[in-house]
Design a protein. Structure first.
Length: 391
C-alpha cells in the first residue's frame, strides 16, 4: 500500500472528487470533427535498389496507409470529451477515448484512453503534423529497416493507454510558459513465459486490459520562452516507470529530454530518449552471451535525433534529420544484434503544400548499422514518396 503507484492513484482519485464537487455544469456548447490520411510508398534499399535483403518481415515496404478520425465535444463549460479512431499497422483501434475536466488553465483532469504526456514529438506524431513520411528513430513504429531485430524504437509512437492524467499550464507574464503533467496508466506489457523485451503490440490489441494490474506512473514538465515576435524556445523533460511482466518483477524506466527553437518559419528540434529495462534471465540458454551474476539482467536502449525544418519557398519546405539508436546489454541467441549495437540514419526530405489541406512528401535515407545482416551488409538506402490530407 506504500508503493508510489498506489499513492499516485489515491492522489488522483482525491483530485477527481474535489473537481467534480466544485464545478457547476453548463450547457453543451460545441463539437468538432477532424481527420487525416497519409498514403506512403516506401522503397526499401535492400530490395528496391537491388541490395539483397535478409527477409521481407524486417521492414514495412511498398504502400502503407495511416488514417484517423476524431470528434471533440464540449459537454459543459468545464467538461469535454474526445474520441479518435485510427487505422495503420495495428489495424483499426481506438487511439483515444477520454474526458477532460478543466478547473483552470493550471488544472486539467483527463480520464480514459489517451497518449500520456511524454516527449515533444508525441504531440505531433500524427503524419499530418510532421513533414517527413516516417518518425524519428527513437519513436519509430515499424518504418525502420531491421525493425524486428531492434524491436522498433525506444518508445514507439503513438503509445495510447488507459488511465488518469493531471496537467496544466501557467503563464509568467507574456514571456514564459510552464507546462506539467503527471499520470498513472496501465503501462507496457509482455505476457510471454520468459519476457525479455516489451511487447508493444499488446498495448494496441483490444480488449485494453493490463496484464499485471499494477499501473505505471510518469510525468513531464516543459518551459517555453518567447524570444521575440516570431521566435520562441522550449525545453522539456519526461519520465515514466512501471513493471511489464505478469508477476510485477521486471521493471522498465524511460526518460527523455527535448529542446526546440523556432525563428519565424525555421525550426530546430533536438530530443534524447533512454529506456533501461530488466529481463527474465531464468533461462540462460535463451541468450547469446553468458549472464553476468552482477546486474546482468537488464539492457539499455538510447535514441536521439536532431531535425532542421526550413522553408525553401512559400509552399515548399525542406527537412534535414539525423537520428540514431544505441543498445547495450545481452540479446537473444537468435538476434543479429550484439551486446553493443548501433544504427545511424541521415534523412533529407521535401514537403510541398499543394492545397491548404493537402501535402506531398518525399525523402531519401542513408542507413549505417554496426552489425552486418545475413549477407554482410551494414549500409542501406531507402526512399519515401507520400501524400497526406486533412479535414
Amino acid at each position: 500500500m506504500n508503493s508510489p503507484a498506489i499513492r499516485a492513484w489515491w492522489l488522483l482519485m482525491a483530485t477527481f472528487i474535489f473537481v467534480t464537487t466544485t464545478f457547476r455544469l453548463a450547457r453543451a456548447v460545441d463539437h468538432t470533427t477532424a481527420g487525416s490520411a497519409q498514403v506512403d510508398y516506401h522503397l526499401a534499399g535492400s530490395k528496391g535498389f537491388g541490395n539483397p535483403a535478409s527477409g521481407n518481415s524486417d521492414v514495412f515496404d511498398g504502400f502503407t496507409i495511416e488514417a484517423s478520425f476524431k470528434m471533440a465535444v464540449d459537454v459543459s463549460e468545464h467538461l469535454s470529451a474526445n474520441v479518435k479512431v485510427c487505422f495503420g499497422c495495428h489495424g483499426l483501434e481506438a487511439d483515444m477515448a477520454y474526458f477532460d475536466l478543466r478547473a483552470a488553465d493550471e488544472f486539467n483532469l483527463r480520464v480514459g484512453r489517451f497518449s500520456p504526456s511524454f516527449g515533444s514529438f508525441n504531440v505531433r506524431h500524427d503524419p499530418a503534423n510532421h513533414k517527413l513520411s516516417d518518425k524519428p528513430l527513437p519513436y519509430d513504429m515499424g518504418r525502420m529497416l531491421r525493425k524486428n531485430a531492434w524491436n522498433n524504437g525506444v518508445l514507439p509512437a503513438p503509445f495510447p493507454d488507459v488511465g488518469i492524467e493531471l496537467s496544466g499550464t501557467h503563464w509568467f507574464g507574456e514571456t514564459a510558459q510552464f507546462d506539467y503533467a503527471a499520470y498513472t496508466v496501465s503501462g507496457f506489457r509482455n505476457s510471454g513465459a520468459n519476457p525479455t523485451d516489451l511487447n508493444f503490440q499488446e498495448s494496441h490489441l483490444p480488449y485494453y486490459v493490463d496484464n499485471n494490474a499494477r499501473p505505471a506512473i510518469g510525468t513531464r514538465i516543459a518551459l517555453t520562452f518567447k524570444l521575440g515576435a516570431m521566435a520562441d524556445t522550449t525545453v522539456g523533460g519526461s519520465a515514466m516507470t512501471g513493471t511489464y511482466d505478469h508477476r510485477n518483477d521486471l521493471t522498465y524506466f524511460i526518460g527523455g529530454a527535448d529542446l526546440s527553437l523556432r525563428v519565424e518559419r525555421t525550426t530546430i528540434r533536438i530530443e534524447y530518449l533512454l529506456r533501461r529495462q530488466e529481463f527474465d534471465a531464468s533461462n540462460p540458454a535463451l541468450f547469446k552471451y553468458d549472464i553476468s551474476p552482477r546486474q546482468g539482467d537488464f539492457f539499455a536502449k538510447h535514441g536521439a535525433f536532431i531535425e532542421l525544418e526550413h522553408p525553401l519557398a512559400r509552399r515548399l519546405d525542406a527537412v534535414w534529420r539525423a537520428d540514431a539508436m544505441f543498445r547495450t546489454g545481452n540479446v537473444l541467441a537468435s538476434s543479429e544484434l550484439s551486446d553493443g549495437s548501433s544504427v545511424l540514419r541521415a534523412t533529407f526530405g521535401l514537403a510541398l503544400a499543394v492545397e491548404r489541406n493537402l501535402r506531398l512528401k518525399c525523402s531519401a535515407e542513408l542507413w549505417q548499422f554496426s552489425d552486418p545482416d545475413a549477407r554482410g551488409r551494414q549500409t542501406e538506402i531507402s526512399a519515401h514518396w507520400g501524400a497526406v490530407g486533412t479535414f
